[in-house]
Design a protein around this ligand. Structure first.
Ligand SMILES: Nc1ncnc2c1ncn2[C@@H]1O[C@H](COP(=O)(O)OP(=O)(O)OP(=O)(O)O)[C@@H](O)[C@H]1O
Length: 554
């Protein structure tokens, strides 16, 4: 399928989120859309998937202009979407989920046999296996994502929209998804790929369209260096990675001793975890989502009571204290799910910036809110943290995802804090803003805070961690120095002890590990090198020329 978006304009009131966007996606093309937070990527994808009606412009599929009144129309035109939050029913089997919504309504019966065949055959054509009879709720996230892909393909999708698909995957699973994307593209399926991860774009995209302030500002090749892509995206030069002095660990900041937390079924989800974070250092906890990190953080914050163990803040046990007392004792907290724990969507930016400080100075004076202070505070924080908004009075729920996250960070990093616990602090935030936010977190460390970062992003863990703790299955697999390789961390995330991970990583590089190495080993003419099995075999220019030659020969 050849898709053309012609002059798509989508407005929210007076605000133009998409401004005359033109985009062409060729059959079998992997087309990455890159843009900073609030650039208008999700809006454009929602227009394409029939969720928003554009004010102007045309969606043209194989030369025919189409109007989509809803996702059903988009699907009928061959467009499928894998959302960030999967739309599967956990208590149904894979086969049931795949046919859900497409079984003949008259009978209301699901033909289990043929659904299972569709699942098996589609999966096999993409080079993996899925048990059609497995319950979706029992499957790891990476496999659930494949079920979503199979589901879209079973509806004859010829163009797949993948919205930040790797946010929930391990590096190894990301490699596997990249392989699946390549297989799909080779069979003619087009892919629109949204991600903030430049490394992935360079690994998989055929072409890149860059959107800024709702407009297409350019296209780029996947060979474009990461720093250049980042600058194109934000419209200024960006330095990736944080320059920082080595940590100066001091007094005890946070201490966790023999912590055990059980879930509702009595299964230990945090299993005898002990570690220390000194003031003046950052410990980053790496791991695939769902390996006990959430429960660990909840126990530190005081929203759950552990079965065993104790937690100390600056040498003082806090086990008996409630959440508010812990915050008052100098704990700052950035929750992993901003929409449920971080912001109140219906409240304004002004209100969200002081949520839990109402009643205390300087937010309240003499029993009343100090409105002048609140407005001044909001204007300053919005400017400092580069929250893209038309007004400080706007409801936070209408900001783009990345900008909502900046509001949470602006509030929490402006506290008087001695211990900072941050879960996925930059999830969904673009590289330009990540640079700033990471610098702010390091600045808190250098002011003497003990910082615990929980992140599923290896880039983030590596950028911030003075030491890196890896969790798997509720246990602490090991704590390693900050400079460790991505491959070692990826293997430890599967539960492999550090020594074994180091040995295996030396023997086998992941695809993205290779991209890493290639970026470091730039050929003299500036072209990235091609790395196989950990060794440079060719520079990319030569490989491209060779492929042209063979095409011509054929
Ligand atoms: N329902 C809405 N009402 C008002 N404004 C909106 C609405 N949805 C989006 N916007 C605005 O449109 C702009 C584009 O938002 P969009 O979600 O498309 O950005 P994005 O590129 O996907 O950003 P991110 O990377 O942060 O997810 C933002 O400024 C956002 O505040």
């Amino acid at each position: 399928m050849r898709l053309e978006l012609r002059g798509i304009t989508k407005r929210f009131g007076a605000f133009t989120a998409n401004d005359a966007i033109d985009l062409v996606v060729e059959p079998g093309q992997i087309h990455a859309i890159l843009g900073e937070n609030g650039a208008g990527k999700s809006t454009l994808m929602n227009v394409l998937y029939g969720l928003y009606t554009p004010e102007e412009g045309e969606i043209v599929v194989d030369g025919v202009p189409r109007t989509f009144a809803g996702p059903g129309d988009a699907m009928a035109a061959g467009i499928g979407m894998v959302h960030q939050h999967f739309m599967l029913v956990p208590v149904f089997t894979v086969a049931e989920n795949v046919v859900l919504g497409q079984e003949p309504m008259a009978r209301g019966l699901i033909d289990a046999g043929s659904a299972a065949t569709v699942v098996r055959e589609t999966a096999e054509s993409l080079g993996f296996h899925i048990d059609p009879n497995a319950l979706v709720g029992d499957l790891p996230v990476g496999v659930q994502q494949r079920v979503e892909i199979v589901k879209a393909l079973s509806r004859k999708a010829e163009l797949l929209i993948l919205d930040e698909p790797t946010a929930v995957l391990t590096p190894q699973e990301t490699d596997e998804l990249i392989e699946i994307m390549r297989t799909l593209a080779a069979s003619g399926t087009s892919i629109l790929f949204i991600t903030h991860k430049l490394r992935e774009i360079r690994a998989v995209a055929d072409t890149i369209t860059i959107i800024r302030h709702g407009r297409v500002v350019g296209t780029a090749e996947p060979t474009t260096p990461e720093t250049e892509l980042a600058s194109l995206m934000v419209g200024r030069s960006v330095s990736l990675g944080v320059d920082r002095a080595p940590a100066q660990p001091g007094e005890p900041g946070l201490a966790v001793r023999g912590l055990v937390v059980r879930d509702a079924h009595g299964v230990p989800v945090v299993d005898d975890v002990s570690f220390d974070v000194a003031r003046g250092e950052i410990v980053a906890v790496a791991g695939v989502q769902g390996n006990g990190q959430t429960e660990l953080v909840e126990a530190i914050l005081g929203v759950t009571t552990p079965e065993h163990g104790s937690i100390e803040l600056a040498g003082r046990p806090i086990d008996g204290l409630g959440v508010r007392d812990r915050l008052d004792a100098g704990l700052a907290f950035i929750p992993e799910d901003r929409s449920t724990d971080g912001v109140v969507g219906e409240f304004s930016i002004v209100e969200n910036l002081v949520l839990d400080r109402v009643g205390a100075a300087p937010v309240s004076r003499g029993g009343a809110l100090d409105v002048a202070y609140l407005r001044r505070n909001a204007a300053e924080r919005v400017a400092e943290f580069d929250v893209r908004t038309t007004s400080i009075d706007r409801e936070v729920g209408t900001l783009s995802g990345g900008n909502q996250q900046k509001v949470v960070l602006a509030r929490e990093l402006s506290r008087d804090l001695s211990v900072l616990v941050a879960s996925q602090p930059t999830r969904g935030v673009d590289v330009g803003s990540i640079e700033f936010l990471h610098r702010r977190i390091v600045a808190e460390r250098d002011k003497g805070a003990a910082v615990l970062i929980v992140s599923t992003e290896l880039d983030e863990v590596l950028a911030l961690g003075d030491r890196i703790a890896v969790m798997c299955g509720g246990r602490l697999v090991g704590i390693v120095p900050g400079g460790v390789s991505r491959d070692v961390l990826g293997l430890m995330m599967t539960g492999m002890p550090p020594e074994e991970a180091a040995r295996q990583a030396a023997e086998h590089h992941t695809l993205l590990g290779e991209a890493d190495l290639a970026a470091e080993l730039q050929a003299p003419d500036g072209e990235p090198a091609v790395v196989q099995d950990g060794a440079v075999v060719q520079d990319a220019a030569v490989v491209q020329d060779a492929s042209h030659e063979s095409e011509e020969q054929r």
